[in-house]
Unconditional design. Structure first.
Length: 545
């Protein structure tokens, strides 16, 4: 816990009396979201900009803050997660209505066959000077594979309403130009644009069931086996190394399942709805609902914290953290050098695809490393200097100066700090619910319990980057021009990277694990609602925990 002796009781005393969640709270929240979506259908002109900034934004923020502290969820983790979601809504309001208007920075990606009028602009943006136009002689099926930007619909139209609806609910930007990077397991069947709903539904439902069983097992660990720790009666210092690992896993699994629970439940409703209604948008088709998290196999093939945080984690907050933190604060306010993608990427790297006459695919955007980081096909490949000969088609690695690395570290620290504060907004909601702040002093440090976990992650990323850079230099010097690397070396690199990833996350997890316990996130006393448990009953004889 961070020690910041700034008292908060005076401010907490001004909150209205809390009450359990009522239907009116749900109606108020959904109505506010509908107001935001309708506001996004307005023109992006001066008067309407002021309406967005001066009227809709303050009102919506007031509603979300009210719902965070006044309506109380029955389950602590649900209350924490819902509060974080309201915080995300507030950040997205600042993004859309203040700093990065969606009409200028966001667009959907649609098959080229649906947008023949845009072929000329794609040619000018996607082809290097001197390339021949016959590369664009495509069949209908090939055109369906090429995704191009969709123009923003005209204001006050049903099309603009659909556009705004999708924009607001597309947290991860699936189908948009700001789509979060997805691991290979999320880009294969049944998560492609040609996947069938039946195959997708059964695979998602199967995963949902297995996820529930896994969470149920670790819920029995939290509520029965380790009840003394998760109820706050036992200190983290008293735990053995095995217990710390097991209990940290139980905490992570709860967060993992909570996100998967809402994601899968929503997807299993919207995708069949799209079938019955004949809708083929990103919210109603299988390709719009890939798994929330990457598979462990993805992290094994490309181990490291960089892969963990950029691809295998959920990516819910990626967009607003990047534009508000990395670009907004880091580059626009602090004046740090621009690195990474822009706030308005033209074609996401994973959606780039152009069929050339020799049968290979070429990126529409010819930047060798548009995102500032390329996930290699090999965990730590030998560096290359040019795309020629046997290395043709592989990424060119650009050298980064020490100055830029330090600036990137600062910007990474800013984004992780914002992420930590976002999670601790949920901590504040739990503190208001569970802590007797009416009779005991509350300080700012009592709220910032989870942030320390997030702000140390850039340190691990920096250590990892330094090791990889020097090791790649070593490989480039001693393995250049050699025959394919032996399988044992690839296995060893993956093993070391995989172990490093989990050791670092486990070592730095204490603030998060201890903080969630101290906030009462897993309390089962005080007449709290009990839920059935398969493993609790089979192993400990407690069917309701």
């Amino acid at each position: 816990m961070v020690s910041i002796p700034i008292p908060l009781n005076k401010w907490l005393s001004k909150l209205p009396a809390p009450h359990t969640k009522q239907p009116s709270d749900v109606i108020l929240g959904l109505s506010t979201i509908m107001l935001i979506i309708c506001t996004l259908t307005t023109p992006h002109t001066g008067g309407w900009k002021l309406f967005r900034m001066g009227i809709v934004t303050p009102f919506a923020i007031g509603v979300f803050v009210y719902l965070t502290f006044v309506q109380i969820e029955a389950d602590e983790m649900t209350h924490w997660g819902t509060s974080i979601l309201f915080s995300i809504f507030v950040m997205r309001l600042f993004e859309y209505f203040f700093f990065f208007s969606p009409e200028e920075h966001c667009h959907r990606m649609i098959p080229k066959s649906r947008l023949h009028s845009q072929i000329k602009s794609i040619k000018s943006n996607g082809l290097e000077s001197g390339e021949k136009a016959e590369h664009l002689t495509l069949t209908t099926n090939e055109e369906d594979d090429i995704l191009v930007p969709e123009p923003v619909p005209a204001p006050f139209t049903l099309e603009k309403f659909y556009w705004a609806w999708s924009l607001w609910w597309s947290y991860r930007g699936i189908g948009w130009n700001f789509q979060c990077p997805l691991p290979s397991s999320s880009l294969a069947e049944p998560y492609t644009r040609k996947s069938t709903r039946k195959e997708w539904w059964f695979k998602t439902a199967k995963f949902y069931l297995l996820a529930y069983l896994l969470d149920d097992f670790f819920r029995s660990i939290r509520n029965i086996y380790a009840a003394d720790f998760f109820s706050g009666q036992r200190s983290y210092d008293d735990l053995s190394q095995f217990e710390r690992g097991l209990f940290s896993t139980a905490v992570v699994i709860r967060v993992w399942y909570g996100l998967n629970n809402s994601w899968c439940a929503t997807a299993l409703m919207f995708v069949p709805l799209g079938y019955y209604m004949g809708w083929e948008g990103e919210l109603t088709t299988p390709w719009g609902w890939p798994p929330m998290f990457g598979a462990l196999s993805n992290l094994w093939k490309h181990p490291g914290l960089s892969t963990m945080w950029s691809k295998t984690w959920h990516g819910y907050n990626r967009r607003w953290l990047y534009v508000l933190g990395w670009i907004g604060i880091g580059e626009n306010v602090l004046g740090l050098t621009h690195t990474g993608i822009s706030s308005h990427p033209t074609i996401p790297e994973q959606l780039q695809k152009l069929h050339t006459k020799n049968g290979h695919h070429q990126a529409l955007n010819n930047s060798p490393n548009q995102s500032g980081q390329v996930t290699p096909s090999h965990p730590i490949p030998t560096s290359i200097t040019k795309n020629s000969g046997k290395n043709e088609g592989l990424p060119i690695r650009r050298k980064m100066s020490t100055k830029l690395m330090i600036q990137n570290l600062i910007k990474s620290f800013i984004t992780f700090l914002l992420s930590g504060l976002n999670h601790d907004f949920g901590s504040l909601a739990l503190l208001v619910k569970n802590y007797p702040w009416q009779t005991k002093p509350v300080y700012l440090g009592d709220i910032l319990r989870l942030t320390p976990f997030f702000i140390v992650q850039p340190i691990g990323l920096t250590i990892e980057a330094i090791i990889k850079i020097n090791y790649r230099r070593f490989k480039s010097t001693y393995l250049r021009g050699s025959k394919p690397e032996p399988a044992w070396l690839t296995f060893l690199e993956r093993l070391i990277g995989f172990i490093w990833t989990w050791i670092w996350l486990g070592y730095t997890a204490r603030p998060f694990v201890e903080g969630m316990v101290q906030l009462g996130a897993y309390r089962r006393d005080g007449g709290r609602q009990l839920f059935p448990s398969i493993f609790g009953g089979l192993i400990w004889g407690k069917w309701w925990i």
